[in-house]
Design a protein around this ligand. Structure first.
Ligand code: ANZ
Ligand code: ZN
Length: 860
């Protein structure tokens, strides 16, 4: 009994002095010690289940900001805890190091893009180390390093061999200031995302990657991702934009109704609403529609049409698709014949029709489509109602009449809700809408007449990867006058990017003959190297695979190691990457799978999009607003542990939060309190963690139950990635512990030692430094807490109100034992056998009669 309890004489007042908590001393010391030990290097422990935890790697534009700190702290807490739970953990980091900002900075500061990039990476790495992130630095990947981008080039060549990379002339978004092509998504409101210049359209031959070959799979496989946020899957699905509808043929004619014969005389539209065909009042062509200029050449309509074409060059496809644009158009002087009823319909050019969706032509139904409605109002065109709700006053009148009588309505907007067809010939009265009965029948009838066919369209376009920029991965192709396009032979990869290009002086790859003058690998004659570099999204589309096998010099990664580590179990990053980066990565994974390089369909099993860190007023932090709180402002005075705890405690990871000085101060106070408490506990427990539950008094039992309860809660919260409530659970245990130590007159050394151990272990993924220090100095361990097991617990032991039951042996009460209220018969008899061991000894137990809540009678 006495063994179990500390000496009363060791009262708090007589305990040795507690050392001061000095984060500035202990934190850098532990960084150093962990590195010496190579503690975080993944070892491919095949005897444990693997866990691959990955944070989106940063673009090295300077030091890390609060968003990074949050991102990596979340990942780090997961990785450290996973290791303690016995997983073989891979937790790597790297840099997405190519890109335009390096060039812009080089111009501004008259330096070199490479130098600027390397300096920033060093700075970011120093901050990462200071934060105590458990990265396997042996796997560090920098995308601007030749041994990485070499494999990006290799993958490009493999895609090219498969027909998944190709060149195409296309009107592209051109930023005249950056002198580069921009992807649609890099243009906002007609302006360059970086420099804000007005974007133009230019015809250029560009490299594309055929992501559309995977449209269907990219969409369908979203269903294989239950661990992704619904909204991200929704955004991806919208971006892929699958539409089921039909292509319908309209015959072109002149004002007199005479058809313009020949093949060019047919214009096909894509529509999802063939049911509204009787309401088609005008017909629209995209400004870029092929042959449009010829159609109006020499006519009185030419000038107006050309003006619309010219204006459209300054608006991005994205904006035109978004529909907020002021509707502009012009009549072409031509007409088409409606295939369903032979009506003659005027053809217009309209700025909101996009050339690379569907067929670039639209059957406009102003009564059913908002954009067409607006267009009709602007140009005073007819609006024929063809779909009405049955309770609409017009319905009765028009539903019995097959002929069109009403050709203008007084509506405020188009009618887009459900309804039935009116004034639609033989289809009048049928249910209208996408996939409706009316739609099915009209398409079937036109199909039979050879004037239409079913069609599926995707919004997703092929991925334009050509960049006329210097600081990127060179496209490994050679243009030969005799042989055409020739891949750089595999054994000559990588095409090394010269690091001494002086962009500030206007140099580029295309201005450096030492770069582009080559001999053709096929015919040996003089040829020209491709001077476009790849979109940096190519670099980030497969880096997670390289981490699996970062030093491979034969292949981008070995199949064996990729199959072992992939897919990424937890991918953590900002919502700004919800569409492109994730889509490109999913695509590349599928393409590499089809090349036999990896065995998975999807790269990221679970995705966590962390919320934003805003300033204390809820504004986004930005340099221009001057409201940026740099991580160093917390780390320097208070330590990285405080920073990490505050970040994880203020809000659940997926929610935005406002920076809060008080919460930071509170986090710091909590750490100091834990420091005091654990040291005191260590003096009381003297390294003891064993105790006899049966001998605990009521106060100790309360702490005992609290231990199991909070451990269960904390573990469950870690599983759900709700670190804020996991921290609350630890705080509850700390409170219970504190009050036990204050109130008890009979402290149980083993219990105290156990609870102290558990608190430090549970806190260690969140505050690794202070935990490690306490683990070694106060609790006397010699191995890192990272190597320790996550504390085990038993939920049934958490029952606040266990019931005391009598234990009988052959009908005679021999002992009493407390069991959980909802204990099973097995649990009851188990507890009873233990309590009555003395009376049973080694006699076999024939039977245990259990009366829940009252007694167990053991028959021996
Ligand atoms: C007639 C109609 C009537 C339409 C109606 C809509 C409503 P989603 O669902 O996004 O695939 N459209 C077709 N090609 C277009 C292009 N290149 N530029 C702009 N709009 C285009 O949209 C399909 C609908 O978008 C098509 O169906 C067509 O308008 C329009 F009450 O045809 B609809
Ligand atoms: Zn050649």
């Amino acid at each position: 009994m006495c063994q179990n309890h500390t000496q009363h004489a060791l009262s708090s007042s007589s305990l040795p002095e507690i050392p001061e908590y000095q984060p500035q001393l202990i934190e850098p010391a532990w960084v150093h010690a962990w590195e010496q030990e190579h503690l975080f290097e993944a070892t491919n422990h095949r005897d444990r289940p693997k866990k691959y935890i990955l944070e989106m790697f940063p673009y090295p534009s300077g030091d890390l900001h609060m968003g990074h700190a949050r991102n990596y702290t979340i990942g780090d807490a997961m990785a450290r805890q996973a290791h303690m739970r016995g997983f073989d953990v891979l937790h790597p980091i790297g840099f997405d190091a190519f890109g335009l900002p390096a060039e812009n900075a080089a111009i501004k500061h008259k330096t070199q893009a490479a130098a600027w990039t390397y300096k920033n990476m060093d700075q970011a790495l120093a901050t990462m180390r200071r934060m105590g992130f458990s990265y396997d630095m042996n796997r560090l990947v920098k995308t601007c390093s030749p041994d990485y981008y070499r494999w990006g080039q290799w993958i490009f060549e493999k895609l090219y061999e498969r027909g998944l990379a190709y060149r195409k002339m296309n009107p592209v978004n051109w930023c005249p200031t950056c002198e580069t092509v921009l992807a649609n998504e890099q243009v906002s409101e007609g302006r360059c995302w970086r420099c804000d210049s007005l974007v133009e359209k230019r015809d250029l031959e560009q490299w594309y990657i055929k992501i559309t070959a995977y449209s269907e799979e990219l969409l369908a496989d979203l269903e294989k991702l239950p661990g992704w946020p619904e909204r991200v899957k929704h955004m991806q699905a919208n971006w892929i934009g699958r539409s089921e509808g039909a292509e319908l043929d309209f015959r072109l004619c002149n004002a007199d109704g005479n058809p313009i014969l020949g093949d060019e005389g047919i214009i096909t539209v894509f529509t999802t609403r063939a049911d509204t065909l009787f309401g088609c009042c005008f017909f629209l062509l995209a400004p870029e529609y092929e042959g449009l200029a010829e159609l109006v050449a020499g006519s009185p309509y030419e000038a107006d049409v050309l003006r619309v074409i010219e204006e459209a060059k300054h608006v991005s496809a994205l904006e035109r698709a978004q529909g907020e644009l002021e509707k502009r158009g012009a009549f072409t002087g031509r007409y088409v014949i409606n295939p369903i009823n032979g009506a003659k319909i005027p053809v217009w050019v309209a700025n909101y029709v996009i050339s690379d969706y569907g067929t670039g032509a639209v059957m406009a139904v102003p009564s059913g489509d908002e954009r067409d409605f607006e267009f009709a109002r602007t140009y005073d065109l007819p609006i024929v109602p063809v779909v009405l709700a049955e309770d609409d006053p017009l319905y009765e009148e028009l539903a019995n009449e097959a002929d069109i009588r009403v050709s203008q309505v007084t509506w405020e907007s188009a009618y887009t809700a459900d309804g039935r067809l009116v004034q639609s010939g033989p289809y009048t009265g049928l249910l209208a809408g996408k996939h409706s009965e009316a739609e099915q029948r009209i398409v079937a009838d036109l199909e039979e007449a050879g004037l239409g066919r079913r069609s599926v369209q995707y919004r997703l376009r092929d991925w334009l990867i050509s960049r006329q920029r210097y600081w990127g991965n060179p496209i490994p192709m050679i243009h030969c006058e005799h042989c055409g396009i020739v891949s750089v032979p595999e054994d000559q990869l990588p095409v090394v990017l010269p690091e001494d290009i002086d962009v500030a002086a206007g140099e580029s790859l295309a201005s450096r003959p030492d770069f582009y003058e080559v001999v053709c690998p096929r015919c040996g004659k003089a040829a020209r190297r491709e001077t476009d570099t790849m979109d940096t999204f190519t670099c980030s589309s497969w880096y997670y695979l390289r981490y699996c096998d970062p030093h491979n010099s034969e292949l981008p990664f070995s199949r064996e190691l990729a199959d072992y580590w992939m897919g990424v179990d937890n991918y953590i990053g900002g919502i700004e990457h919800a569409i492109l980066h994730l889509l490109y990565s999913r695509f590349i994974t599928k393409a590499l799978r089809d090349l036999g390089l990896v065995g998975i369909d999807e790269p990221f099993k679970n995705l966590l999009c962390q919320g934003m860190v805003k300033d204390h007023e809820g504004q986004t932090m930005s340099k221009s607003k001057g409201n940026v709180v740099p991580p160093s402002s917390v780390i320097e005075p208070l330590g990285a542990d405080t920073m990490r705890l505050a970040i994880l405690f203020i809000a659940p990871p997926e929610k935005d939060f406002n920076w809060d000085e008080k919460a930071v101060a509170g986090a710091h106070r909590f750490i100091k309190r834990v420091w005091q408490l654990i040291w005191r506990a260590s003096y009381l427990s003297q390294g003891n963690t064993d105790f006899d539950k049966a001998a605990l008094d009521e106060m100790a039992l309360t702490l005992y139950r609290e231990r199991h309860r909070t451990l269960a809660k904390c573990t469950n919260d870690f599983d759900r990635q709700q670190f804020n409530t996991a921290i609350s659970a630890i705080m509850e245990l700390v409170n219970a512990f504190d009050s036990y130590l204050k109130k008890t007159t009979d402290p149980v050394a083993g219990l105290i030692g156990q609870v102290a151990t558990d608190i430090v272990a549970m806190l260690s993924p969140i505050c690794p430094f202070v935990s490690e220090e306490l683990w070694h100095q106060a609790l006397g361990h010699t191995e890192s807490v990272y190597q320790a097991s996550w504390p085990s617990f038993d939920v049934s032991e958490a029952q606040a109100d266990g019931v005391e039951i009598a234990v009988q042996v052959l009908g005679k009460v021999r002992a009493h034992v407390v069991v959980a209220v909802d204990a099973t018969q097995d649990e009851m008899s188990e507890a009873a056998i233990q309590a009555a061991q003395k009376w049973i000894q080694d006699k076999p137990i024939k039977k245990a009669i259990c009366v829940p809540g009252r007694l167990v009678n053991l028959i021996v």
